[in-house]
Design a protein around this ligand. Structure first.
Ligand SMILES: [Zn+2]
Ligand SMILES: [Zn+2]
Length: 364
């Protein structure tokens, strides 16, 4: 195989410690797997939860990263659907058993034996990775590598949250305006839903960003929306927002918790849940979610705002994400040779209307 024998990777050796840059052997693709030269990998809040030990029993040592865009560099036996040189996307759902009740009932996101990219199997904070090709996606040509990366988790989980918020909703609240929110606002605004964006108190930059993307209202999470909402999605990992969101939804409205981890939900009066309000979580994704979101995203088209970091600056990207300082999504740009450190922003090539921001975070 005409590939490098060694690769650079940012490795988590134990919870609570920064990732370490290491030189590792390039993995070999097993049966049904593709070897991928990673071009971009999104940095997700879930990665912080893994590093912080809030999600237990990760594979260790671990290569994080579950929003991988790359090109197929090699193939194991039995690969169908991808060829060498194809662009490929690898999401959080790495494999399922195919036989448990959840897999057979169309809920493979809940599979008893599911394995997850960048958690139970190595992910994309590296120059190469391997993946089971059955769970990978072809990436629309209209997206360049770094612009596509956030679609693979922020987009997919956001889309599943949006789908489960209810088909008939007209007024949607979004709590936490980061990577997922900036994608789903565009998905919701396209069919003329009214989006209400709730941010950390005083985060006027995020509120302005939400309005630019089409939110009809943006304000602090401590505020009430100007009118009752049909549904709300909570992307921020803050349990008290469940109570705030319940106060903001109408009778029969739904509150969707879109994150994999959240601080404890405080007790609240039953009357907030009364009148058939629903609180639910969203776990993982199905391949159907991925196919639908990628098709919708390229049709709208959804524009992603990305802040780029070279692979070896993964810790810096994670720290900025932790502090809420990333506008849109943080993405590692890997092996492209164009990053000399510092912060870069990217948008879709060939799309004159692409969302573009400069290094001060202001819209261009
Ligand atoms: Zn299963
Ligand atoms: Zn994620």
């Amino acid at each position: 195989m005409a590939v490098l024998k060694k690769m650079r990777a940012m490795v988590m050796e134990t919870a609570g410690q920064p990732l370490r840059l290491k030189e590792l052997a390039v993995p070999h693709p097993g049966k049904g797997q593709v070897l991928i030269r990673v071009r971009a990998c999104g940095v997700c809040r879930t990665d912080l939860h893994i590093i912080d030990g809030e999600l237990d029993k990760p594979k260790l040592p671990l290569i994080l990263g579950h929003e991988i865009i790359g090109t197929v560099a090699g193939m194991g036996e039995g690969v169908r659907g991808f060829h060498k040189g194809n662009r490929i996307g690898v999401p959080w759902l790495g494999s399922t058993c195919g036989t448990c009740r959840y897999c057979t009932e169309g809920s493979e996101n809940l599979c008893e034996e599911a394995r997850f990219t960048g958690y139970s199997i190595d992910g994309g904070y590296a120059e190469f990775t391997v993946a089971d090709q059955r769970y990978c996606f072809h990436i629309p040509e209209s997206y360049d590598d770094t612009a596509a990366a956030p679609l693979l988790c922020a987009g997919l989980i956001g889309y599943r949250s949006y789908r489960l918020a209810g088909e008939k909703l007209e007024k949607l609240g979004i709590y936490g305006f980061g990577a997922a929110a900036h994608i789903i606002t565009q998905v919701a605004v396209y069919p003329e839903k009214r989006v209400y964006a709730f941010t950390r108190p005083g985060d006027t930059a995020a509120q302005e960003f939400a309005r630019e993307l089409g939110a009809v209202w943006a304000g602090d999470s401590t505020n009430s929306p100007p009118e009752p909402l049909d549904a709300a999605i909570i992307f921020a990992p803050v349990g008290s927002l469940v109570v705030d969101a319940l106060r903001s939804v109408r009778k029969g409205g739904t509150v969707v918790c879109g994150g994999i981890h959240m601080s404890d939900i405080p007790s609240f009066p039953y009357k907030l849940l009364w009148e058939e309000r629903i609180v639910r979580s969203v776990a993982n994704l199905t391949r159907r979610d991925g196919e639908e979101l990628l098709a919708i995203a390229s049709r709208i088209p959804v524009k992603t705002a990305v802040e780029l970091f070279p692979l070896e600056k993964a810790n810096e990207a994670l720290n900025k994400l932790r502090k809420g300082e990333v506008r849109g999504a943080a993405v590692l740009s890997i092996g492209n040779g164009s990053l000399m450190g510092g912060i870069h922003f990217a948008c879709h090539p060939g799309t004159s209307t692409a969302l573009s921001v400069n290094s001060s975070g202001d819209p261009l």
